[in-house]
Design a protein around this ligand. Sequence first.
Ligand SMILES: [Zn+2]
Length: 219
Amino acid sequence: MVLNLIFLGPPGAGKGSVAQAAADKHGLIQVSTGDLVRGEVKSGSDLGKEMSEIINAGNLIGDEQINQMLEAKLKSLTQEESFKGFILDGFPRTTPQATELENILSRIDQKLNGVIYITSDEEAIVTRISARRTCKVCNKIYNLVTNPPPNGKCECGGEVYQRDDEKESVVRDRYQVYLEKTAPLIDFYKAKGLLKEYDGNVPLQESINRGMELVEELL
Ligand SMILES: [Zn+2]
């Protein structure tokens, strides 16, 4: 049985942790469009060179290039004997991308089995993410509320700091982009009967457990 999944939800809702747990347990491959872009650039292929120029000019990679890489990657995965399914990370983020994903999947004779939607409101996310602190030395992550660094420093002795992308204003901006671009996907997948949702505003382990239960309902 193949299990192809998407995790949806606002940035900071815990999608990454839940997806990782599901991938580990069920042998699913996580496919990140960010990693695909980095890999292609590194490979020095014609497409990689083209994208490298776009990135260096400060522009975003277009849907067409992303789709092309994604299709090649998914196709090669499905041809592996050990293929059990994939989890997409960072894609689709917009309704046109979701439509294109359907085209890709039909061309490689696959389908989406489920979309796990982790809900969380803006304030809960801002509170959680803006409390994060990272060690400058070993990169260990703390949370000022739930897991504060002992005596204000990392256990390795390093100083902790707040990453720029975890500052309140940045978190709020990303949430707005999510509402505008990605939230419409929820209705898109609901209409197809693929959506399973739960409230991710709980401690991380609880969120992982709930997410895993929903994944298992799809098996
Ligand atoms: Zn440290």
